[in-house]
Design a protein around this ligand. Sequence first.
Ligand code: DLL
Length: 434
Amino acid sequence: MDYMFNRKIETMPRDKIREIQLKRLKETVRRVYDNVPFYRTRFSELGIKPEDIKTLDDIHKLPFTTKEDLRKNMPFGMLAVSLDDCVELHASSGTTGIPVTACYTRNDLEVWSEVMARCLSMAGLTKRDIFQNPIPYGTFTGAFGFHYGAQKIGALVIPSGKGQSERQIKLMEYYGTTFISGVASYAMRLAQVAGELGIDLHKLKVRNGLFGAEMFTSGLKKRLSDAWNMDVHDIYGLTEMCGPGVSADCDQHNGLHLWEDHFLVECLDPKTLEPVELEEEGELVITTLTKEGMPLIRYRTRDLARLFDQKTCECGRTHIKHTPIKGRTDDMIIIRGTNIYPGQIESVLMKHEEVGGNWRMIITTDENNIDQLTVEVESKKTLDSKEREMLAEKLKKEITAVIVFKPYIRILSPGGIPETGVKAKRVLDNRKKV
Ligand code: DLL
């Protein structure tokens, strides 16, 4: 059995977990009803009072919360405590102009560090590790979440931040970094930079990596693991909940344990908002159970996954598991009537040795008003025109089999796709809007 940061909680019998969840759900519902006007109005519209929540199943009586609801009440309208009791804030990137802002009380930071410590130790981090954190330190939740969790375990943290890729590799070499974190696409970029510097990643001491913040397929996980000769774990989270730390995968690598003493998860059909059967795909809807600053009821994450049967995992943990996030409901693009998720394309690309770590889809409308898809792919090494042509042909055939029409394929040299902030931007929809 592997090391656990909090064995008592991580292996707690399921009936005990449910007992804690019910107690905390009732407290949360009371807290938002008493302190957040948005929720008091919603509850009144539905004709419910906090005392109507008697069992966990009663959660179905409660209203949903959407990103739109948050945006309308930003920056501080969703707080359940006074701003004086908050000690830190983090925010999403705010691509639509209104960043979703989450404020943390001291206790919220404590809980965040705890769940992050559980995730990191599940991925192998110990106090003997040298932990490099190549994520931008700022309002994005990523860097601070990892930083707090790793320090709670007692590892030595190198707060290297994102960027200056050559320097990142040199720091790893100089300090003997053993564990890295962040966003998968950036770790792939670092692997490529190491290659350009002539540094053999297998000779570095990095042996573990914990990555999240964006969809990454099992193909990309294997890529990372081979490139760095390390064990790769997946971590999930979102600003609205705490940031990273909601769930992560154990050494079984067959699903992510979600910390049910702090989060209550449902898996719902995104159209009907009714629960799907266990192991069926749906949207994860999460209620915070211990948040003080900005508790959220039935938050619609838009993330698609399946929940697993709740038998004790081989690792000994009892907390529910979900599959890696397949994508977001709003990631799905419809091209010529076909529903396409970027993950389907990535799965095909990652099967090919010659393909590098970065890629994107560009959708345009041609002169006949027909949608066209171009898949741009970086090759792992620089290829000559004949090799590029052969690879493009192979990819075109395989992607056509998945999406049922022919895409254009453009093979670019390593590093040919521009970097796009913290997360990779996989889809560029340049279609004419009618
Ligand atoms: O991305 C928090 C985070 C940072 C998680 C670092 C893991 C590592 P947001 O910027 O609010 O927060 O974005 C949240 O990112 O709803 C998912 O769509 C996506 N996402 C996060 N983790 C994963 C993952 C952070 N492991 C949104 N796999 C979420 C797939 C992920 N998608």
